[in-house]
Design a binder for this molecule. Structure first.
Ligand SMILES: [Fe+2]
Length: 307
């Protein structure tokens, strides 16, 4: 399989310019709303579905229909100087997590990256298991609350396919240096209970852009779990749907979180006689953060302090 050409082809849907030899030229976000693409030919998305079975229930959703694991990364292009504020922020949260300077430095851009993509020049550092601490400005349901989640299985995060996904996200937008939050999220439903992919309704998350990969839709009705966007108007939501489609498994969609508000309609069981009347929708959410934007990283919870 020719990985190089495949990723290049998908990145060519964007106006970014990314090569290993020179600093990337970022996608012009003033003209970008969203772009969907089929990644099932370059990433064996189906093989990830089984890992969603092991994700524990999200304790912060009281009705218990959501499951979540997360991981943090730093993705920087090899030809750009590090953004100092990113190193400072990582160092500060590490210190608050009880790390020594010697331990903390392993997570900074002065240390050797865990992997680099030869085709694009992007390099990646795995970051500690920070808690999510989102500003209340962006999430009225969960704002500012500390949310601890377990890490995504290393079998996935250490795999070539996963590295391709992160490389594709970075290359599509062509950022120089950013912290990346990856969330694996399952929502389930039963014959007598729907599942809500977006508890807070139409919203923005305070990112510049977001990616969502649908890994699996198992026994979920086709007209449920539909992705919808409306335009932003100076910080206010408008009403007209500019996107209203069911995104099938294997499809990745990128959108401009500043210009559109997003929502996922409730999920419903397709066949009540299958899987004990249960349906699941499994997705991966990718969001890159560059200061001074929202950097929702809180100190690592006690149980995950392994360094
Ligand atoms: Fe969201």
């Amino acid at each position: 399989m020719n990985t190089h050409n495949d990723i290049t082809q998908l990145v060519s849907l964007s106006s970014s310019i990314v090569t290993p030899q020179s600093p990337p030229v970022e996608l012009d976000l003033s003209t970008f709303l969203y772009q969907a693409m089929d990644v099932s030919k370059i990433i064996d998305v189906k093989s990830w579905a089984k890992y969603f079975d092991e994700i524990p229930v999200d304790p912060y959703i009281k009705d218990g229909y959501r499951y979540k694991s997360i991981a943090w990364f730093r993705i920087k292009h090899q030809k750009v100087a590090a953004i100092d504020a990113i190193n400072e922020h990582i160092n500060m949260v590490n210190e608050l997590s009880g790390m020594s300077d010697a331990q903390s430095v392993k997570y900074l851009s002065s240390s050797k990256p865990v992997w680099c993509s030869e085709e694009t020049g992007y390099c990646c550092w795995n970051l500690p298991q920070y808690v999510m601490q989102q500003s209340i400005k962006y999430n009225p349901v969960h704002g500012d609350m500390r949310r601890e989640y377990p890490r995504i299985n290393n079998k996935i995060t250490d795999s070539n396919d996963f590295h391709k996904l992160l490389t594709l996200y970075a290359s599509f937008f062509g950022w120089s240096d950013a912290v990346l939050l990856v969330q694996f999220q399952r929502v389930d439903c039963y014959t007598d209970r729907i599942g809500l992919p977006a508890v807070e309704g139409f919203h923005q998350d305070g990112n510049r852009h977001v990616g969502m990969l649908v890994v699996d839709r198992d026994n979920v009705a086709n007209d449920s779990g539909v992705s919808q966007y409306v335009m932003d108007n100076n910080g206010k939501k408008t009403n007209e749907l500019i996107f209203n489609e069911m995104i099938p498994a294997g499809q990745l969609i990128f959108w401009n979180d500043k210009r559109v508000w997003h929502y996922g309609t409730e999920i419903k069981v397709a066949d009540t006689t299958k899987n004990g009347g249960r349906g699941v929708r499994d997705i991966i959410i990718l969001s890159a953060k560059t200061p001074p934007a929202n950097m929702p990283m809180g100190p690592v919870a006690e149980q995950f302090r392994q360094w």
